[in-house]
Design a protein around this ligand. Structure first.
Ligand code: MSP
Length: 657
């Protein structure tokens, strides 16, 4: 039988290079869903990628003094590393600078133009560059962007427009009638009341004031508006508008477009209108999740939290981060992140509940049955209660995952884990082990515990990508035994007796929270120092880039360079790097010049040497000494430094040039 397909997408990411755990949220939740569906037997296609055109990226790259594509390539590599680190199981990564995508965007634009849904006019209005969004004056809030609150620019350009207004009724009907389309349900009223009912206006879909974008095929001084370019990725990635449309035929329409709540407007109004204009089926669901906040602030630069996913994963494990993200952002609402809640959750759920259960049970199987899982011998009411809960887990979790309620899904699984811990206390294996009769009963108890651990590990696989495999290893479960897939957790009591357990290492070491919070503060301090140094370096680069602009001879002639002879030289007190020299530059009196070369030259090295001096530099005070010029040196990228000297002795004051 042909597998049912499931096409799930994240938004494509701006290559900003500023990744924090909030930005990973959409990708992690999609990954858990994609993995869940794969395990259910669906033929899954999980798409992610990068949104690389637009004024914002062009400006960022320019500020780094780098060619745009080159800059983005570096950032995209970093992003892919991040997704690998987080075990994101995407099937395709699309870049909007991929040639096939650009060509398909042009085809789509042409098609809409030929159909009369795109027309030429002039745009006059407000543009928010960070959001790449157009606004009318009445939509602004206190004259600023209603989405991000930042400054907007008044823009006046000849532009192409998409007839969004033509689709007003159809879009309204879509949101009102198809209750499944836009989720969670609260978003429906938000879109209807704030955008649709007040009247959809035609959308400006081309720009001429910059050129980093897909060129409009029939008018190349225009580039396609970046949101049109970006939204169409969901179909061009499948080959739409290209030579091979097989994937498109197979997977479109998307089952879920997942995104943060701030970009629902684009996905639930503009995107369906474009698809309607192209006569294509609409996605089945647009899901706008809440944000991960940091002490109730959306921005990452907040108040003493480690938000760098690389650091968190390295120190606490990928699963700890994935668990937090999936558990702590409630259905459709915002979640909060603090170092402390993160550590507490890791301790309570992963180390205490799950980790302890596994180590207690494997230790008991080792101690009482030489490490071999025993076969059950009976089934009493306490057993039945545990078994019923374990068997209910899969259908309950599936129902939650169908509604994208990962926190409740995890809660259901951890209730079973907690129940198993309680079951140990109720059954008191250490007492059972003392009598022959008790040892018979103990076989059932330990079998039930191992089976519960197995079942919970199976269903944890889409959420935690590393721990379940470790647990299977501890239980002696190998691939191919049919004990790790969803079919094996429908009924309790798989054939695991006879398997040899291996207690091995703790899954999650318990963390001393007070101590660790201090370590986290130190890490943050170190990060701040590094970021400051990096920012300084970047500033210097930009400054250098400015000075490195070509200059005419008239500019060069403004600099007076002369050969000087060092007459005297001494160290500047309390300044490790500075030497103060008296240098004869052919004038009445020698000049006093302070130079930062003490690490490379001693005063003795300097006396008698000839150097090149910038003689018309404004005097500057260094450590209270007025320096009347500058001695030229060469410095390599390792910071090694050498004085520039004439290669034979010349008269002091000779002009250099
Ligand atoms: N490029 C657009 C999307 C175009 S899709 C056709 C974009 N990119 S983004 O990089 O800004 O955002 C990517 C995803 O990260 C979005 O779903 C966004 O909501 C999500 N998040 C960024 N910060 C977030 C949090 N702090 N919390 C949760 N998700 C957030 O928008």
């Amino acid at each position: 039988m042909e597998k049912k397909k499931f096409y799930i997408t994240t938004p494509i990411y701006y290559p900003s290079g500023k990744w924090h755990i909030g930005t990973c949220y959409t990708t992690i939740i999609c990954d858990a869903l994609a993995r869940y569906k794969r395990m259910q037997g669906y033929d899954v296609f999980y798409l992610t990628g990068t949104d690389e055109h637009g004024q914002k990226i062009q400006k960022v790259a320019a500020s780094h003094g780098v060619e745009v594509k080159k800059y983005i390539d570096g950032v995209v590599d970093e992003l892919k590393k991040l997704w690998d680190l987080l075990d994101i199981s995407y099937d395709k990564f699309i870049r909007t600078t991929d040639e096939y995508h650009e060509k398909a965007v042009q085809k789509i634009f042409q098609k809409l133009y030929d159909k009369g849904d795109i027309y030429k006019s002039a745009y006059e209005g407000w543009y928010c560059t960070p959001c790449e969004a157009f606004w009318t004056k009445t939509q602004l809030v206190d004259g600023k962007c209603p989405d991000c609150g930042r400054e907007v620019e008044l823009t006046k350009e000849e532009s192409y427009f998409f007839k969004l207004s033509k689709y007003q009724d159809k879009i309204q009907k879509l949101i009102e009638d198809d209750k499944e389309f836009l989720q969670p349900i609260t978003r429906q009223n938000e879109m209807l009341n704030n955008f649709i009912k007040p009247g959809l206006q035609d959308l400006c879909v081309s720009r001429t004031s910059f050129d980093w974008g897909v060129k409009v095929p029939f008018d190349p001084k225009h580039v396609v508006y970046v949101w049109i370019d970006a939204l169409t990725n969901y179909i061009t990635a499948l080959g739409y508008g290209g030579e091979d449309e097989e994937l498109f035929k197979k997977y479109w329409p998307a089952d879920v477009h997942m995104m943060g709540k701030e970009i629902i407007r684009f996905h639930s109004i503009i995107w369906p209108a474009i698809l309607m204009a192209l006569d294509l089926p609409l996605p089945k669901k647009v899901y706008g999740h809440g944000w991960l906040m940091f002490n109730n602030d959306k921005m990452s630069k907040s108040k003493g939290n480690i938000v760098d996913p690389f650091i968190l994963c390295e120190r606490y494990g990928v699963d700890a981060l994935r668990y937090y993200m999936l558990k702590e952002v409630p259905f459709g609402q915002d979640g909060n992140f603090t170092n402390e809640i993160f550590l507490k959750l890791r301790n309570s759920d992963l180390a205490n509940d799950l980790g302890n259960l596994v180590s207690r049970v494997t230790a008991m199987v080792s101690q009482y049955f030489d490490g071999v899982i025993p076969a059950p011998t009976d089934c009493n009411d306490i057993d039945k209660d545990l078994i019923a809960l374990a068997e209910k887990m899969y259908p309950t979790v599936t129902a939650y995952m169908d509604e994208m309620r990962a926190p409740e899904a995890l809660e259901t699984i951890f209730k079973v884990i907690q129940r198993a811990n309680k079951y140990i206390d109720e059954c008191t294996p250490w007492i059972l082990a003392k009598s022959d009769e008790g040892r018979e009963r103990l076989k059932t108890v330990l079998f039930n515990l191992c089976e519960t651990i197995r079942m919970t590990s199976v269903i944890l696989q889409p959420f935690l990508t590393q721990t379940p495999a470790k647990i299977f290893e501890k239980l002696g479960i190998k691939e191919g035994m049919g004990l790790t897939d969803f079919d094996s957790i429908v009924k309790f009591g798989a054939k695991i007796d006879g398997l040899k357990v291996d207690k091995g290492e703790q899954l999650f070491q318990r963390i001393d929270i007070a101590k660790e919070l201090k370590v986290m503060d130190e890490i943050l301090e170190e990060e701040r120092r590094r970021a400051k140094a990096q920012a300084k370096k970047e500033n210097e680069k930009v400054e250098n880039a400015v000075t490195l602009q070509q200059i005419g001879i008239e500019d060069f002639a403004k600099v007076e360079l002369k050969v000087g002879t060092v007459l005297e030289c001494k160290k500047v007190e309390k300044a490790d790097k500075l030497l103060c020299s008296q240098i004869d530059v052919g004038e009445e009196k020698p000049r006093t010049i302070v130079s930062g070369i003490a690490k490379y030259y001693t005063p003795e090295d300097m006396v008698g040497r000839q150097v090149i001096v910038v003689t018309n530099l404004k005097p500057a005070k260094l450590r209270g000494i007025e320096s009347q010029g500058m001695v030229l040196c060469a410095e390599d990228e390792n910071g090694d430094l050498a004085l520039i000297t004439p290669c034979k002795s010349v008269k002091s004051g000779s002009i250099v040039g």
